[in-house]
Ligand binder design. Structure first.
Ligand SMILES: Cc1ncc(COP(=O)(O)O)c(C=O)c1O
Length: 423
């Protein structure tokens, strides 16, 4: 029986991340750069050390370290499957999301014909645009665009029936924007694509640190995440629906296994990153046991969901405080959902500009105080173009994770306030 969840404890959560204790010249680090990559949980380091010290070997051999590598490889796929809402043989690890989507675009585009169509969106990171765009150009395929409403920062869902039809071969969309923070109704887009038999692709890189995923229930064919965005190592982790994997002729070297998922994961993987991902999921599961309502012996998927729910509740408090504070500041333009009561519709990623100030200059002002925020367009190429900021320095992006605190939010608001009032 699950007990009463403990109250969220910033100190205890932060102690799980070795990097959060670091200072520079006596000044603490304030990490508000989570959408670019989160800090790494201590459990990740333990797992990666084991992969690189206790059993550093290639898989598939008869000797002890190789057998252990094989066992842990299987465990990492099984755990990742619980995280994604998939089966273990539907999970492919890779270098990162970008290279995984390029790899699959090459296989998928082989049977595209001139006159076929694909649907891409103006909100996606270019990792879920360029691979399809390049293949479309090579195959004479027409690209149609799902636009965004620049007032609500939502997709124009009403246009879906006109965009998706009998000629549509692929629909690629974004779950949570790395620029706006908007959480999108990907179920609606995937359903529209499936109805016409198109391959559907969901970029869940920015939702994975915040929301429980369920790839099978969503019904998409590919769903991409990157463990370094959810407290793990630099890697990519892709769900590949079995029905799609079975019909794609793999791009593989001949002696490599024919079995899934290995036939779609060419070459020797980073076993240390796979194990590090196990560690990242252990961290989220720990949150679920400690601050959620999951019993320690509950299935991993239950503990993960409870962990993400606890994290999201804390993040909602951070986002509410941030948006309420922002409202008081003159001359700040936020690109994204701005009402504190609407925080459930967004992840805690905030892109803004202050008057005529350059985003790079603002980021440097923050950096001088050891506060880490990003400036630029973050590869959201189409979106930055649509918003008219791509050639103009982009925006300042402030992004939180569950290890951030209300005090940190206040520090950032204080500095934004000074910049805003100074014009
Ligand atoms: C939404 C989104 N998709 C894709 C990517 C690319 O991921 P990777 O760096 O793993 O290739 C990013 C990286 O920032 C992202 O934010």
């Amino acid at each position: 029986m699950p007990g009463t969840p403990a109250r969220w404890d910033d100190a205890e959560v932060r102690a799980a991340f070795p990097a959060l204790a670091l200072m520079d010249g006596g000044i603490p680090r304030l990490y508000a750069d989570a959408p670019g990559g989160t800090q790494v949980a201590g459990r990740v380091l333990l797992r990666m050390r084991a992969a690189m010290v206790d059993h550093c070997a290639n898989d598939g051999g008869a000797f002890r370290t190789s057998r252990l590598t094989t066992e842990w490889r299987d465990r990492s796929h099984a755990d990742a499957a619980e995280f994604l809402g998939a089966a273990a043989d539907e999970v492919v690890f890779g270098l990162n999301t970008t290279s995984l989507l390029f790899h699959f675009s090459r296989m998928l585009a082989r049977d595209w014909r001139a006159g076929d169509e694909i649907v891409l969106t103006r909100m996606d990171h270019d990792a879920n645009v360029a691979p399809w765009l390049i293949s479309a150009r090579e195959r004479g395929v027409t690209v149609r665009w799902l636009e965004i409403d620049t007032d609500s920062f939502q997709y124009r869902y009403d246009s879906l029936p006109a965009l998706i039809g009998a000629r549509t071969r692929l629909v690629a969309c974004n779950h949570a924007s790395n620029f706006l923070g908007t959480i999108n109704d990907v179920a609606r887009i995937v359903a529209a694509g499936r109805e016409v038999g198109a391959v559907t692709v969901v970029d869940a890189v920015q939702s994975a640190p915040h929301l429980a995923l369920d790839a099978r229930a969503l019904g998409c064919d590919l769903l991409a995440t990157s463990p370094y965005k959810y407290f793990g190592p630099h890697a990519g982790l892709l769900y590949v629906r079995r029905e799609l994997a079975d019909r794609l002729a793999p791009l593989k070297v001949r002696p490599a296994p024919d079995s899934m998922p290995f036939r779609h994961a060419p070459g020797t993987p980073s076993f240390e990153a796979e194990l590090g991902t196990v560690g990242a999921l252990e961290h989220l599961a720990w949150l679920g046991e400690r601050f959620g309502n999951a019993a320690p012996d509950a299935p991993l998927r239950v503990r993960l969901a409870a962990g993400l729910a606890a994290a999201t509740a804390h993040e909602a408090a951070l986002a509410t405080r941030f948006l309420a504070g922002l409202k008081e500041l003159p001359g700040v333009r936020l690109y994204g959902i701005a009402e504190p009561r609407d925080v459930a519709g967004r992840v805690p990623t905030f892109s803004l500009r202050i008057g005529g100030r350059s985003p790079a200059e603002i980021a440097r002002t923050f950096a001088a105080r050891n506060i880490y925020v990003w400036d630029g367009s973050f590869y959201a190429y189409e979106l930055a173009t649509t918003l008219g900021v791509r050639d103009d320095g982009g925006v300042v992006r402030i992004g939180f994770a569950h290890y951030n605190t209300l005090a940190e939010v206040d520090t950032i608001l204080g500095l934004l306030g000074t910049l805003a009032r100074d014009g």
